[in-house]
Structures are given as C-alpha cells and as structure tokens.
Design a protein around this ligand. Structure first.
Ligand code: PLP
Length: 360
C-alpha cells in the first residue's frame, strides 16, 4: 500500500535544471553568486505587491530579523499560541514578552475582540498567524494597531499566494514573514523572506540585508564595516533558483490545493472543519475529532498520513504559565491536519474523505 503523504513538495524539470545551473556556476552563496537571490526578491515583491523584499534562510530567521527592527525589550508582542514555536521564540530572542491571545473557533486565527481586551501601553506589536493559509481578520487588527500606535507584523509562513480582500498577503503589514521550508506552498530546500511595506522600506531593507549576513556593511573590495549585530541568515543561490521556478507555478498549484480543500469542505460530514475561502492558500486542511489518537492510527493503517498543527506554545515547558486559552487548548486536543498538496491523486483524495467519514 502506497502511503499518502501529509506534505510533499511539487517539482518538475525546471527545478532540476535550476539546481544544475547553480551547481555548475560554482557560486552557491548569495553575494558573489549569479544574482538569483536578488532576482527572487524582485519577483516575489512584484507578485505580492510589497514595497521591498529581503530573502533569508528560513521563516524562523525572517521572524527573528523582523522583530529585531523594533525595540521590544520588556514590551509585549501579541501572538496566538496555536502556531509553530518560532512565532514565540522570535519574541524572546529579541527581549520581548509573548502575550498569548486566544483564537477564533471558526478560523483558528487570533481573535481581534480578545486582542482589544489585552492591548495596553506595554504592547508594541501584534503578530497574527494566517493559520493554514486562511488569513487573519486584518481589518480589525489594523484598526487596533492604528488606534493604539502599534505595529503590525505578520507570520505568513502558511500564506504564500493567499490573498486578503483581493490583495496578496505580503502587501498589508509593516513586515510580513514567509517560510519556504520544503513542506510549504512555495518550497525550497530552506528559505524565508521579509516583505516590507513601510514608507522607509528602502532603509529597512538595507539594514535587514546587513543583519542577514553578520552585520557586514559598506563593502568596498576587501574592506567593510559592521554597524549592527547580525547573523548568518542569508539565502543561498540554490534555494533562490528553485524559488524562482516555484513562484511561476504558485498560483496554479494553490488552485489545486483549493480544489482539494473544497472537496473536503463539501464532502467531509464533520461539522468541525476548516471553512472554505477562495482567498486561502490551504497549506493544509484541518478537521477536529474527539478521539484523535485512535482516529489517526486508523487512518495511518489505511496508508493516510495526518498531522497535529499544533501543540499550543503556551503549554510547552519553556513557555508554561498560568494563562488559560480555552479555545486554543480545546483545538490543541482535537485538531488533525489533512494533506492538500497538488501531488495527491483524485482516488487518494476520495479515499481520505471516505476514511475520515468512516472513522471520525
Ligand atoms: C506558522 C509558522 N511560523 C514560522 C515557521 C518557521 O519557518 P521555518 O521552518 O522556515 O523556519 C513555520 C514553519 O513551520 C510556521 O509554520
């Protein structure tokens, strides 16, 4: 029995050719390379209609760098707890305080009404996560940000190609962080990017580019200066070359994800499931089941891989606190993620739906 994978990068000849081109060029790092990193930044900027883009080597690096542009020391950054741990780690890494806020039970994105209740003078940033590629309520969140002079930074790790009110994700918040991990909608061996939309975007991009490579600035021949602390976060040329090819096919592949999600939405008999929204990028599709372990085991026996996204961050030892997030905690116990990637065959999708309906 062939296993149906939860995630699977979609590639064809063009990615293979791109890898060979970079391999043969002998310029694998960015900077001295053939310029694919810069090309990818320009193309992704055009695609998302953001003002500037800075490519890095992971979504984690994008979040760490983005938050390093604000002075968040002893200030709060409002985040959901139902996310990958990098969302919260980036706050700690930059000396801030993660302020976990509960989610909306229908979208599993952070709930603006609950944000409004905890915003205070200590709040510096609101950092929503577009969960599974379904976008957070950006109008309400932007309104809260404006009224309280707070910055909006987005975790768009799941949302490459998603839109919000006909505007691509990447064009809304001050800084928008993407991940191009191999399981993501736009897949690279490893990669991430910060889209910038501030009026001083050129200045921000320049600083971010210095910070992504150890703070090195003012390079003239062999001479350079270091004005800021920086890290080794630059994107390599292989990732960028693959990313350029993946970007060309992103809309088409997201359309396939949407078709798969629509079938799940229409044919899965459970009430508790991810809504259908044509602007969503459907990184995965979630359902909620009561006896999750048994359910997942039965599906696995039928060759269907499922996932848990995520164990809530505030329940990890490092983050443990007295805070109660009832919806997040309930979802954390019940959520199961199903594959949406374009490699799933029609018969496999039908099998998944049939088995979900049988065992849930
Ligand atoms: C919501 C979210 N944020 C951040 C990240 C971090 O991205 P990366 O794995 O590229 O570091 C991920 C990756 O899984 C994610 O799902």
């Amino acid at each position: 029995m062939e296993k149906i994978k939860l995630f699977d990068p979609v590639t064809d000849k063009s990615e293979k050719n791109a890898i060979k081109r970079i391999l043969d060029s002998h310029f694998w790092a960015s900077g001295a390379g053939g310029g694919d990193v810069q090309k990818f930044e320009e193309k992704f900027g055009k695609y998302t209609n953001s003002k500037s883009c800075v490519a890095v080597n992971s979504g984690t690096a994008a979040l760490n760098l983005a938050l390093s542009m604000y002075d968040i020391k002893n200030r709060e950054v409002i985040i959901p707890s139902l996310s990958f741990v990098s969302t919260a780690n980036a706050v700690i890494e930059n000396g801030g305080i993660p302020k976990f806020v509960d989610i909306d039970e229908n979208t599993l994105c952070i709930d603006p009404e609950k944000i409004a209740k905890v915003v205070s003078k200590k709040t510096k940033i609101i950092l929503p996560v577009h969960f599974g590629g379904l976008t957070s309520n950006l109008e309400s969140i932007s309104k809260i940000c404006k009224e309280n002079k707070i910055s909006l930074v987005e975790d768009a790790a799941h949302a490459a190609g998603a839109s919000h009110q006909n505007k691509k994700i990447g064009s809304h918040g001050e800084l928008v962080c993407f991940s191009f991990h191999p399981v993501k909608n736009l897949a690279m061996p490893t990669g991430g990017l910060i889209a910038i939309n501030t009026n001083d975007h050129k200045k921000i991009a320049k600083i971010l580019k210095e910070k992504r490579w150890c703070g090195i600035s003012n390079r003239k021949g062999d001479d350079y200066d270091v004005k800021n602390i920086g890290w080794n976060y630059y994107m390599n040329e292989f990732s960028a070359a693959i990313g350029i090819e993946q970007l060309k096919k992103l809309d088409k592949r997201n359309l396939k994800r949407k078709e798969n999600a629509k079938k799940y939405f229409e044919q899965i008999s459970l009430e508790e499931k991810m809504p259908f929204d044509k602007e969503c990028s459907y990184h995965f599709y979630w359902i909620r089941v009561k006896d999750r372990e048994k359910f997942r085991e039965k599906l696995l026996k039928k060759g269907i891989q499922t996932g848990i996204h995520y164990k809530p961050i505030h329940q990890f030892s490092f983050y443990k606190s007295k805070i109660k997030l009832p919806i997040t905690e309930k979802i954390g116990r019940e959520i199961v993620t199903l594959p949406t990637h374009p490699n799933i065959q029609k018969k496999d999708l039908e099998k998944i739906i049939k088995m979900v309906n049988k065992f849930s």
